[in-house]
Design a protein around this ligand. Structure first.
Ligand code: NAP
Length: 406
């Protein structure tokens, strides 16, 4: 079953390589020249991020925040800034793939460090990294790198720390895409050396999206933060690296705020919360005699295919306005009831994140030798729930249905 996840991931990689793009991904120099040409011609007209805007203070519903933008870092400036650096990307999962290929296409000197002969090693080769030229065992890559981008899984960052810490020597920069390891240091034991800059660029989306948006000439939103500024330039470096790995807009935060909000959000509305709401609604419909298709359509299909995209496009009021007067009245009445019922759950969740309970659970589970198989068992259980089995049939009726995408 673990092999299913891997082969799905491989197909995604293949699809991503096949996707038409202004960028070639096979060789760094060729990629850059194509990219530079596209940026100077076609992309400049279609992608607003290449326009003349720059760092700016924006008013977010009454709170002023600084937002950094890619246009302050044209390619020539970016390449000049990192001309003496080697970006050593440690780990080649979802983020390693997206961030690594983007930085390489941006013409920077990037190498990858993963376990020799492991799954990531093979996948990196498939993506054009060359063993012992741009692809190395982890320790060798860290020795060669000046900017060490720790993109191992969060549990692996903790497990490997005793081996890699002594290699992060004075003057290097340590980079993370999650505040997890350093913020929860009592549990992870990741304590960076005192003489290196420690920075964060956390893309707000999967590594696949980091790559896709970059290839479309757009860019993902990312959080940036500084944990330790030894050089006096840590923030500037974080912004530049954010651009290098494919960010469009960068929002300043702290390591703590990033990790608390991220762990909270994914356990809440983004994943766990929505799964729980879907299931609860579906079960009540089924108990009251509704068919699986009716229960699924009324719970998931209409949400994901019709209403949530409207919220994404123009906000909650826009979605309300697109619905019937009957739907609007009922939803307006029930929203505060759901809010009240959910508030204590979210309070408990935030507390569980902040006090490290969620971190300890994650380290224990993801640190097991069998974590891939254990995860797959739980995902198989979800896949076998009636709601999601019904969903497969509903999806198969969509006009654009492609069996291989299931
Ligand atoms: N995925 C996202 O959506 C996302 C979004 C924003 C930020 N982040 C953050 O980005 C970082 C990387 O996340 P990810 O999802 O890209 O990575 P991941 O898929 O969780 O991690 C994969 C990498 O970790 C390596 N690995 C696992 N156990 C190892 C061990 N014991 N020793 C050495 N290597 C080991 C794997 O190598 P093998 O193939 O050799 O096992 C693989 O290269 C994390 O800090 C994460 O929180 C992720």
């Amino acid at each position: 079953m673990a092999s299913f996840a891997r082969s799905a991931s491989r197909s995604l990689r293949a699809a991503s390589r096949r996707a038409p793009s202004a960028l070639a991904t096979s060789a760094p120099k060729a990629s850059y020249s194509l990219f530079a040409k596209a940026a100077a011609t076609k992309v400049a007209h279609t992608a607003p991020a290449f326009g003349a805007r720059g760092v700016k203070t924006l008013d977010f519903a009454g709170t002023k925040e600084v937002v950094y933008e890619r246009s302050d870092w044209p390619l020539a400036k970016l390449q000049d800034y990192f001309k003496n650096d080697t970006l050593a990307l440690i780990g080649y999962g979802s983020q390693g793939h997206g961030q690594g290929l983007n930085a390489r296409d941006n013409g920077l000197n990037v190498i990858v460090g993963v376990r020799e002969g492991g799954e990531s090693w093979k996948q990196a080769i498939e993506d054009g990294w060359v063993p012992f030229q741009t692809l190395f065992p982890i320790e060798e890559a860290i020795k060669r790198g000046t900017i060490i981008m720790n993109l191992l899984s969060d549990a692996a960052q903790s497990q490997t720390w005793p081996t890699i810490a002594p290699l992060i020597t004075k003057g290097k920069t340590l980079y993370f895409s999650h505040g997890f390891s350093v913020v929860f240091k009592d549990d992870t034991h990741v304590v960076p050396p005192k003489d290196v800059d420690v920075i964060l660029v956390a893309p707000k989306g999967s590594g696949r999206t980091v790559r896709t948006l970059f290839k479309e000439g757009r860019g993902i939103n990312s959080s940036i933060a500084v944990w330790q500024d030894v050089s006096g330039h840590a923030k500037e470096k974080a912004i530049a690296l954010g651009v290098a790995v494919g960010s469009g807009y960068m929002y300043e935060t702290t390591f703590e705020k990033e990790v608390y909000s991220d762990l909270y959000g994914e356990r809440g509305v983004l994943m766990g919360g929505i799964q729980g709401m879907f299931l609860a609604q579906y079960q009540v419909l089924r108990k009251n005699g509704h068919t699986p298709s009716e229960a699924f359509n009324e719970t998931v299909e209409e949400a994901t295919q019709s209403l949530y995209p409207l919220i994404g496009a123009k906000g909650m009021d826009y979605m309300y306005n697109a619905c019937s007067t009957t739907a609007r009245r009922g939803a307006l009445d029930w929203a505060p009831i759901f809010e009240k019922a959910n508030l204590p759950v979210f309070e408990a969740l935030y507390k569980s994140v902040k006090d490290g309970t969620e971190t300890r659970k994650s380290l224990e589970y993801n640190g097991r030798a069998t974590y891939r198989e254990d995860l797959q068992k739980e995902l198989d259980e979800i896949n076998n729930q009636e709601i999601w089995r019904a969903g497969k049939v509903v999806r198969s009726l969509r006009p654009d249905y492609k069996p291989e995408s299931e």
